[in-house]
Design a protein around this ligand. Structure first.
Ligand code: FMN
Length: 218
């Protein structure tokens, strides 16, 4: 695919079909993403591709946590009750405010999609060592972006989600992730369910006006 087409197609997908991705293709994508730059070539990342029975068991365990009303507790930090700087907070609020409008007050669609891991059949958990500096979080972000663009180039749909790592002890258990690694992010990989309302292409969260984020200084 042309790079511009890959990049233009970078949208998240909140419902996947039941079709699994070929395991060799999944491995190829992660291997190619290893070319990502990192601070002093530290390559702090590791990738745990969880699929099949292991993913089914993980989803079941997460479902139970949600039923038991256990608060999400991501390793990085809970996202929704943070006292963030007002700049990203306002942007997040704008996304939140547009959801009921888009979903015609069927916000459950969004919640159900998150609670069921978007029906992803293949999920990659991305970790860095627990004793990492901020630099490694930056590196992990680059690695994640590489994985997503490479996956889109292969015709796959992607879903990066903090909600998938809401219960990191379960990700560790079912993903065989060692205790000394931070479960930073997870990305669902697969095929978009184009008939799903939650994937309606009308819902494209707007980006900020360019002038708000860019300054040319001479
Ligand atoms: C680090 C990260 C975490 C995210 N977590 C979630 C999530 O838990 N649930 C969700 O529905 N979307 C999640 N998203 C998707 C964003 O909401 C989405 O990228 C943003 O609204 C822009 O939409 P677009 O990528 O389709 O243009 C996440 C994205 C990133 C990069």
């Amino acid at each position: 695919m042309e790079f511009n087409d890959v990049y233009r197609n970078e949208r998240v997908t909140r419902k996947f079909t039941n079709r699994k991705v070929n395991e060799k293709l999944l491995a190829k994508i992660i291997m190619q993403a290893q070319q990502s730059p990192s601070l002093l070539n530290s390559q702090p990342w590791k990738a745990y591709m969880v699929t099949g029975g292991a993913l089914k068991d993980l989803k079941q365990a997460v479902k139970q946590q949600i039923a038991d009303e256990v608060e999400p507790h991501e390793d990085f930090a809970p996202t929704l009750d943070l006292n963030w700087d007002s700049y990203p907070s306002q942007n997040m609020a704008a996304v939140g405010a547009s959801q009921p409008y888009f979903f015609n007050n069927k916000i459950d669609l969004f919640k159900d999609a998150n609670d069921t891991m978007f029906n992803a059949q293949d999920v990659v958990f991305l970790t860095i060592p627990k004793s990492s500096p901020y630099w490694s979080v930056f590196d992990l972000g680059i690695f994640s972006q590489s994985i997503m663009l490479l996956a889109i180039n292969e015709g796959l749909a992607v879903m990066p989600a903090h909600s998938i790592v809401a219960y990191p002890e379960l990700a560790r258990k079912y993903g065989q992730i060692p205790d000394d690694e931070l479960v930073g992010m997870a990305i669902g990989l697969g095929f978009a369910d184009k008939s799903a309302e939650v994937n309606d292409p009308k819902y494209i969260p707007a980006r900020l006006p360019f002038e708000k984020i860019y300054k040319l200084v001479k």
